[in-house]
Design a protein. Structure first.
Length: 131
C-alpha cells in the first residue's frame, strides 16, 4: 500500500492512540500540518474501505478506530468510548439462514453499544439522584 503524506500522518495518529477518534479530533491533532478537513474525511474513508479502520456513529458523530489483529468485534461504551474486543460468532449464528437463503455473505459488521462497568455505575447513581 502506497501512502501519501496525509495518509501516513493520519495512520500514525491511530497507531499512537488506541482510541475512537472523529475527523475533528484528527484535525486538532494535525494542527500545524497543511491538511484540511475534507482531506481528512477522504483519508478516513480510504482507510475504512481498505478495512484498516473501523467506524462507529455515536450521537451522530462518526468515530474511527484502528482494526487490529484477527477478525473480531467491539463493545463500545457510549460514555467514555472505551472499546472492548469480543469474539466473532456471526458465522455460527448465520449458518442456518445462509443455507436457507443460499446467501453469499461477503462481509459483515457488528458493534455493541452500551456502558462499561464504570460508566454503568455513574448512570445508576445519576438515575437515583434524579429519582
Ligand atoms: Zn465507559
Ligand atoms: Zn465478525
Amino acid at each position: 500500500m502506497r501512502l501519501t503524506h496525509s495518509r501516513k500522518l493520519v495512520l500514525d495518529i491511530f497507531q499512537n492512540d488506541n482510541a475512537l477518534l472523529c475527523a475533528e479530533d484528527i484535525n486538532k491533532k494535525l494542527s500545524g500540518e497543511a491538511i484540511d478537513l475534507s482531506t481528512i474525511y477522504r483519508t478516513l474513508e480510504y482507510f475504512t474501505n481498505k478495512d484498516i479502520l473501523g467506524k462507529s456513529t455515536i450521537d451522530k458523530v462518526t468515530y474511527y478506530y484502528l482494526k487490529e489483529g484477527d477478525h473480531h468485534h467491539y463493545m463500545i461504551c457510549t460514555d467514555c468510548l472505551v472499546r472492548l474486543p469480543i469474539e466473532c460468532e456471526i458465522d455460527k449464528m448465520l449458518h442456518k439462514n445462509i443455507k436457507q437463503y443460499k446467501f453469499k455473505v461477503t462481509s459483515h459488521d457488528l458493534t455493541i453499544y452500551g456502558y462499561c462497568t464504570d460508566c454503568a455505575k455513574n448512570h445508576k447513581e445519576h438515575r437515583k439522584s434524579h429519582g
